[in-house]
Every structure is written in C-alpha cells, then in structure tokens.
Design a protein around this ligand. Structure first.
Ligand code: ADP
Ligand code: MG
Length: 611
C-alpha cells in the first residue's frame, strides 16, 4: 500500500469481484483519517471474514515492511491483510444467505474482536488512521488535496468502466462524484463530464478489426481487436494527459504505446504540446497482452505492439475525419468535481515523458480594429437559397429545435462540419473572420486558417502526385545559412525540391533559390525556408519523412494563405467555404488551431432563455 488511493483501488476491486452494483465511498482528510467503502455485493460468511485476514494473522504481522513489499508487488490475496496491518480496520459484512452478519475489528494487524452484528447484506470496510504505525510511510503522503485527487480520479475511472453500477464519493462530507446506473457509456460520460463535454466528443462506436498477426516461422494468426469509447474533437486541447482514460480488457491501465497512438491520431489536428480527451476501451485476446509488466498492473505489454498502435491511431483518425466535429462557441460546463480533479495516479508516471512545447500563436484581439460587421459589397445571387427546397427547412429549424430539447437531459447529436457545405456567408468581422448562417446556427470562420488547411492538403496531394506548382523567380534569391542550418539544408534539400523549391548550394553556407512553391509571396519565400529549417532542426530531428513533409507543407501553406485583415470579395468567401468543406479535415489548421466556430441554434435559444 503506497497511499490512500492504493487502498481504495484494492477495496473497489474486491467489491467488484463480489458482484456489487453499488459503491459508496466516504473519505476524510485525503484518506489518512478515514476511508470507508460500502458495497451491496455477496458479503462474507463469518469464517471467510476471518480468513480474509488469516494469511498475515501469524508471524509476519510485526514486520510491516515485508507486508508492504508483498502488497506492492501485487500478490493476490494479500490486499486486505496488508491494509489491516497498517491501519485500524473494521470489516462489517453479511452474506444474503445469512441472517446475521459479522464485524471484525483489527488494529495494526491484530484482531481485536469478531462479533455477530445486525447488518444489511453486503460489505462495509472502514479504514481509519492509515499508516498510524508506519511513520515513515505517513511522512511520504502528500497534502489532503493531492491524495483525494488521486482517489477521485481513480473512482472516476472505475465509474466510466462500469456504467451500469452506481458510485458515490464523498470527501469531508462534500460530494465529489455521484452517478446512478445508466444503460450506456454515453450516458455515463454525460453524468461524469457534463453535456458540454459530451458535445465535444466523437463516439467511436464499437469498431472491431481482425488483425493478421505474425507468429514464428512465417505463420500468421488472425485475432480480433475491438475499440470503443469517445475521443474529443480537435477543439479540445488539454495541456496534460490527465483526460486520457485507457482500459484494456476492462482493466484500467496506462500505456505509452497507446498514448503515442492517440497523439499520432491528432497529428496536425491539435498543437504538438496538447492532448485530447480520450476514453478508450480496447478489448483483445488475453494472449495478446501481458498485464504483469508492472507491479500494480497498470502497465501492459502488447505482443504485437505496433499493429495495435496503428489500429488505435487509424481508428481514431478515420472516425474524426468522418464525423468532422465542429467547435462550439459556448460557455464550458462544469463536470463532476471528482472528474475535474487535476492529478491522477495513472498519469503521474508519464507526466515526465518529453514532448516539444510550442505555444499556439494567437491573434492579439486588442490589435484588431473596432468591431464592424458588414455585408459583402453586392450580395451575389449564388447566396440566395430562396429557390431551393432547403429554404423551407431553414425557416422551420427553430421551431423544430424548440420542441424535443425541452425533455430533460436530452443531448442532441452535435452537427458536424458537414454543415460547411451549405453555409450562407453574411460578411466579415474585422476583415478577418467570415460570418455565415447555417442550418444549425451561426458560424464564424477564421479566413487565414481555413485557407491554410485548404492549401496544406493541396500541397500534400500535389507532392504525392509529383505535380507541385512552382513559380520561377526573376532573380534568384540568395540566402545565408548558419552552420546548423547548412546541415539541415543538406539533409532536406531533396524534399524541398519535391515541394517546389528549386534550390542549390551557392558557395560556402549560401543557397540560391530559383523557384518557390506557387502562392508564396516574394517577401515570404525566405521566411518559409528558414521556418522549415527551424522545424527540422528542433522537433523533427527524429521524425519520419512523412512528418517532416507534413510540417514543411504546413509552413508553405501558412505563408501562402490569405492573411487576416484582408477584405474578401463575396465570390472569394464562397470559394473559401466550399473548398474548406471539401478538405478531409476542416476541423483544424495544420498547427492545430480551430478553423470554424459554431454557435448552434440550440445554444442561441439557450442563451436567450428560450429553452
Ligand atoms: P483477493 O482479492 O486477491 O482475493 P484480498 O486480500 O483483496 O485478496 O481479499 C481477500 C478476500 O476477502 C477475497 O478473496 C474475498 O473473498 C474477501 N473479500 C474482500 N472484500 C470483499 C467484499 N467487498 N465482498 C466480499 N468479499 C470480500
Ligand atoms: Mg483483492
């Protein structure tokens, strides 16, 4: 037992093993004063109740250190005795088959009493004064706040894995988590994280794939892998991995391989230093996963790791591309307190994993001119939907939305970026953001990042087709490189040429640019090149060629894209929206910034207190 959360974990698992469907957990002072778990499981007969502590009721009891090491090594059948050896424990239990129950009291491993007691069926275990007889352990406990955060995160995890069971967590009489049984994971997510979060999530459904796995001597075997759960759209950008919940065959785990697979799924969708929300349940043949790698069984090793990695990455990525989740312009709702606890036992170990931090660059709002919403000069007939049958639908949207939303707790499917296809542009704000009316509310599109996404995909497509458009410079541009840049340049010169830069070394540490990718303004060519050299130098030194290519394409796209503070003709706006709709990923720009924000009809109605 390392800390109060480890005790809670063992107690919860015992209750689950006992078939309980109700878990009521009370904690005081971060768990050091009190941890009490009451369940409605199978309970124990009198003899079993004593037996549960037997193994250590003998010689080893005095040697607390021994007990701790056994417990942390995760030997089965040692949890209760070791908890009892470092606390004052009261076990109250009654099997439904028996009329009376049993109460066993133990302090520091010594059985103080074992009596008959009138009890409800099930088991309640009360652990007081944890580590009272192990001062060295006690000293290592962190603040109450930290300890309860561990516990809350743990209980939240279990509640997500078991939607059909009820969980209650109270700390110093404050309720941190309270969920009742629900029929689906979706509803549990709603209970735990709130409706707003749910709207930002994409349901992976239940995706199974039969992977062909290599065995020895060139033989193969087919095994089924299933992935279900929820992941966030690119608009959700967390600064750490605490919102990633992973279960393999129903067990809570943390695993670098899976974390990496998730991060790769979001490559070029969210900024490199950000993480999504993910609640993933991966199920596979027990032979494919070794759970005994880590003593606390929270780490696993897959037999065919890279295939599992790619399955998870591709499933998430494809689902995101298909569902095209939109970003909402709404006030964040608060999840249950327990779910918002910032610190998790299961993320702690990987907090230190390195990642490159690049703060997202953000438009400085104060630098923008005064607010002015204006229509495009002459509204072209192409924006007129009146002769289309769809026009009627637009008019009836509000009354329709009005009705069903009144039913309590009903959460409609968020409308995806499919809606981009038939937006009706209304104008620009600050010559920078396109405002458009959709069938589902109001949309604002950042013209720069929208164009960036379009160009990014165009550049990559042209690159792989070998048909990159270039512009020949009238006079070659000669630039000087530092020693480090010179090395990078030599490494990526071929790829630069393939992307439309015609360059050649021109004396010592000097490069001549003869052509550049089409669309990049003359003044920007040098900047793009230096930007690319910078990327390769820093984060991508060890990256794959594919990642490098994408990063280069992103840089070119960014420089070639329409800027903000630029007045656009209606035809150009129209073209931009339609081209964006046609991209494979209109959710975010290659650097991970959102492209379009939606103020949904429902949220509008809500804000006006109409629903
Ligand atoms: P293990 O779970 O590995 O068997 P533990 O020390 O955690 O070992 O528990 C010892 C035994 O006590 C369990 O095998 C089980 O029979 C019994 N037990 C513990 N908690 C409960 C509970 N909540 N309900 C019913 N039986 C329990
Ligand atoms: Mg156990």
């Amino acid at each position: 037992m390392e800390r109060p959360a480890s005790v809670v974990k063992e107690l919860l698992e015992n209750s689950l093993d006992a078939g309980a469907s109700e878990f009521r957990l009370e904690v005081e002072a971060g768990g050091r004063r009190l941890i009490r778990l009451a369940d409605n499981g199978s309970g124990m007969m009198r003899d079993d109740a004593l037996l549960a502590f037997e193994r250590h009721a003998t010689s080893k009891l005095s040697d607390v250190k021994d007990l701790l090491s056994i417990a942390t090594l995760g030997f089965r059948g040692e949890a209760l005795p070791s908890i009892a050896s470092v606390s004052r424990l009261l076990l109250e239990t009654r099997s439904p088959e028996e009329r009376v129950g049993t109460a066993v009291e133990i302090a520091g491993g010594k059985i103080l009493r074992c009596d008959e007691a009138a009890l409800a069926a099930g088991t309640t275990i009360t652990v007081r004064d944890l580590f009272f007889n192990v001062p060295a352990r006690k000293k290592f406990l962190r603040s109450d706040q930290t300890e309860i955060a561990h516990i809350a995160s743990l209980v939240t995890h279990y509640s997500l894995a078991h939607p059909s069971k009820s969980f209650l967590l109270r700390h110093n009489n404050a309720e941190l988590l309270a969920v009742t049984p629900v029929p689906s994971l979706r509803e549990r997510v709603f209970q735990v994280f709130g409706s707003q979060m749910l709207e930002d999530l994409v349901d992976l459904g239940d995706q199974a794939r039969d992977l062909k796995l290599p065995l020895d001597e060139g033989e193969f075997i087919e095994r089924r892998f299933r992935l279900r759960g929820f992941v966030s759209g690119p608009q959700v950008q967390k600064l750490n991995r605490n919102s990633i919940y992973l279960f393999v065959n129903g067990r809570l785990i943390r695993d670098r391989l899976l974390l990496h697979a998730i991060s790769s799924a979001y490559h070029n969708l969210i900024p490199p230093a950000c993480y999504p929300f993910a609640l993933l349940f991966l199920d596979c043949d027990l032979e494919e996963v070794d759970v005994n790698v880590h003593p606390s069984k929270t780490e696993v090793r897959f037999r065919h790791g890279s295939l599992v990695h790619d399955f998870v990455r591709d499933t998430i990525r494809q689902t995101l591309m298909q569902q095209r989740p939109a970003s909402n312009m709404t006030i964040p709702s608060s999840p249950q307190l327990g779910a918002a606890m910032p610190y998790s036992e299961f993320s702690q170990g990987i907090e230190n994993m390195s990642f490159s931090a690049a703060p997202p660059d953000i438009v400085d709002a104060s630098a923008l001119p005064e607010f002015a919403l204006r229509s495009p000069a002459a509204p072209a007939p192409r924006f007129d939907f009146s002769d289309e049958p769809a026009a009627a639908a637009v008019k009836t949207t509000i009354p329709e939305t009005h009705g069903p939303l009144l039913t309590a707790a009903y959460v409609p499917e968020p409308e995806s970026l499919e809606a981009l296809k038939d937006l009706r542009p209304l104008g620009q704000i600050h010559d920078s953001f396109i405002v458009a009316a959709g069938r589902d509310g109001l949309w604002i599109i950042d013209q720069h990042v929208a164009h960036e996404r379009i160009l990014f995909e165009q550049v990559l497509a042209a690159r792989s087709a070998g048909k990159v458009e270039t512009q020949r410079l009238l006079v070659p541009l000669v630039i000087e490189l530092s020693a480090a840049q010179q090395i990078e340049y030599a490494r990526i010169a071929d790829e630069l040429n393939a992307l439309g830069f015609e360059t050649e070394p021109f004396g010592n540490r000097t490069v001549a640019i003869r052509s550049a990718p089409a669309g990049v303004g003359a003044g920007d060519i040098e900047k793009v090149l230096f930007e690319i050299l910078e990327i390769t130098e820093s984060e991508l030194r060890s990256a794959s060629l594919d990642d490098l290519r994408r990063a280069m394409a992103a840089s070119i796209a960014c420089r070639a894209a329409i800027k903000i503070n630029m007045r656009l003709e209606p035809a150009k706006i129209d073209w931009l929206l339609r081209s964006l709709a046609a991209t494979s990923c209109p959710m975010s720009c290659p650097h991970g910034r959102p492209i379009a924000l939606r103020y949904s009809t429902r949220d509008i109605l809500k804000s006006f207190h109409r629903i």
